[in-house]
Design a protein. Structure first.
Length: 116
């Protein structure tokens, strides 16, 4: 039996301020921001599927995502793009190949939305 599972448990995102990052991500994803901040620097976003943990302890300029480490799913890329524009999110690319676009969070992490 293989001791390491072929599953991703969670993704860590380096953030400067845990409270501000919690509020920004929860607002963006439409999820409540009422979970506890763990150990003063970790916030586990309530996600479906693979988890996301915001972590202010690991934040350093060199730790910021320069390329997307994952993507958020959408079933309507155009609606997702318009939603991000309405939220005044720092959109980095236009919709590429009618399938995906990139944006930055307030800490400068490059992230992606992709139509599945």
């Amino acid at each position: 039996m293989q001791p390491i599972l072929n599953q991703i448990g969670t993704t860590f995102i380096p953030v400067k301020n845990i409270e501000q990052a919690r509020d920004w991500y929860c607002d963006l994803l439409g999820v409540p921001n009422d979970e506890e901040i763990t150990a003063g620097h970790l916030y586990i976003l309530p996600m479906q599927g693979t988890g996301i943990v915001l972590d202010s302890k690991i934040f350093k300029e060199e730790a910021i995502y320069k390329i997307p480490a994952f993507h958020f799913n959408t079933t309507d890329i155009k609606a997702a793009y318009e939603y991000m524009q309405q939220k005044d999110v720092d959109i980095v690319s236009k919709i590429e190949n009618d399938h995906w676009f990139t944006f930055r969070d307030p800490d400068g992490n490059l992230l992606m939305v992709c139509e599945c």
